[in-house]
Write a protein that binds this ligand. Structure first.
Ligand code: ZN
Length: 172
């Protein structure tokens, strides 16, 4: 997934928001946690370029292991279960679910080592043939990019809906 990670985090955050209305945490903070979480595994690109010298597929790093994000999300869910009013617990939960969402979306047309570190085998739902250069052109010209665009449009529609709603709410 190339462009839809941040919008997917926004969709995730806005869908969770209504369900945690009892917690005194701002909508902005939940949106920020969702977007940061949905982008977080790709922060390893810094390590990939700066330290690893692009030797290893960055999806092989710990930051792209589903077990890490699933464990963190489960731990956050348990934390939130015990501390239902905790802002930190809900923000941690949204962020970690965002991380889970990231690896799921990456697995759509990209390799994800779902059983790392136990099984050294990547899995992808669909494969994009490397027919063009640079590599990202193959992804943009593949049908799966329409799904990425659909996620972006979906997020935009939610954003517009929320903006209109808050404008109406502010009207005297
Ligand atoms: Zn990624």
């Amino acid at each position: 997934m190339i462009i839809a990670h941040a919008p997917s985090g926004y969709i995730l955050a806005t869908s969770i928001m209504g369900r945690v209305a009892s917690v005194a945490v701002s909508a902005k903070a939940i949106v920020a946690a969702g977007i940061v979480g949905a982008l977080a595994p790709d922060f390893d690109m810094v390590y990939f370029h700066v330290i690893d010298n692009r030797q290893t597929h960055h999806h092989k790093y710990l930051s792209h292991w589903p077990i890490i994000w699933l464990t963190l999300a489960t731990a956050s869910a348990l934390w939130f279960g015990y501390a239902r009013q905790s802002k930190a617990a809900i923000l941690s939960l949204v962020l970690c679910v965002g991380g889970v969402l990231h690896v799921v979306l990456d697995s759509f047309v990209g390799d994800i080592w779902w059983f790392a570190p136990f099984i050294d085998q990547p899995y992808a739902m669909f494969t994009v043939a490397a027919g063009f250069k640079p590599w990202w052109l193959s992804f943009i010209l593949h049908w799966s990019f329409a799904v990425e665009l659909a996620i972006c449009i979906w997020a935009l529609l939610i954003y517009r809906g929320r903006s209109n709603h808050s404008l109406l709410a502010r009207r005297p």
